[in-house]
Design a protein around this ligand. Structure first.
Ligand SMILES: [Zn+2]
Length: 256
């Protein structure tokens, strides 16, 4: 179906522009019947689609001022696609458990391929959260061998699949029996109950889902104005509690 030949055969040299548009980026076909005029007109049509792309990346170059909420510099917002590769990669690198008593729990971090997050960066943040003095305990990050659980950053689509039969609606995160499935959209954007404090929301979602992995179930708000227990479903409702991302919010930095 080469319209150029039809036009050329009809001898409509004046409509060469139309011919070029119809022909698109195709090269002149064999046969040598194409008149030189038509070929000449066809050439400018080729670079035309290439003009717009250089214009669009320009706004990205704008430097953003970091957002500070509750005294903390907030992570940069990232746009997360609904679906990524569907397969996980184990995040590279290892991390020692914090010092102190109690069992050392081995775990690994996975990141779905194709998500706009650096696997190592995500893993380091997870590790910091888990080993915080206010956190659940002592966690050693590994890349192989037996692990108690994994923390898996997942696209909304993969979250939906991983969390079945629980309905996550592309929004929630879950514990599915061996993975703390962290929905990358929420990781990127947070949750309304945490407002613009994305850093605290991230601490909450990791502590909460890993809490399930350690055998903890949901609890309610213990009283008006109290810190919400980490195992309360804080993204659904805070009731009369205040947001709190930590299992042990009152633990001092010095003591265990
Ligand atoms: Zn839960």
């Amino acid at each position: 179906m080469d319209h150029r030949f039809l036009l050329a055969a009809a001898g409509i040299v004046a409509t060469g522009v139309v011919g070029a548009l119809l022909a698109g980026p195709d090269r002149p076909g064999p046969g040598g019947a194409t008149p030189p005029v038509l070929t000449k007109l066809a050439i400018p049509a080729i670079p035309a689609p290439a003009v717009p792309p250089p214009v669009s990346p320009a706004p990205v170059a704008k430097a953003e001022k970091p957002l500070v909420v509750n005294g903390r510099v907030q992570p940069r917002k990232v746009k997360v696609p609904y679906r990524a590769d569907g397969r996980y990669s184990v995040a590279p690198g290892t991390g020692k458990a914090r010092k102190g008593g109690g069992e050392e729990i081995r775990y690994m971090v996975e990141v779905e391929r194709g998500l706009p997050f650096e696997a190592r960066e995500f893993a380091e943040e997870v590790h910091r959260i888990l080993n915080d003095e206010r956190g659940w305990g002592r966690f050693k990050r590994v890349t192989s061998g037996p692990v108690r659980f994994s923390v898996a950053l997942s696209s909304p689509r993969t979250t939906n699949v991983q969390c079945l039969p629980l309905q996550t609606g592309g929004e929630l995160s879950c514990w599915n029996g061996r993975r703390a499935v962290i929905n990358a959209v929420r990781w990127a954007e947070g949750s309304p109950n945490y407002g613009r404090d994305l850093a605290s929301y991230r601490e909450y979602v990791i502590s909460h889902e890993v809490g399930h992995g350690l055998g903890h179930g949901h609890v309610g708000c213990p009283g008006k104005g109290k810190p919400a227990p980490v195992m309360m479903q804080q993204t659904k409702s805070l009731a009369s509690c205040k947001p709190n991302p930590w299992p042990h919010p009152r633990r001092l930095r010095s003591g265990l």
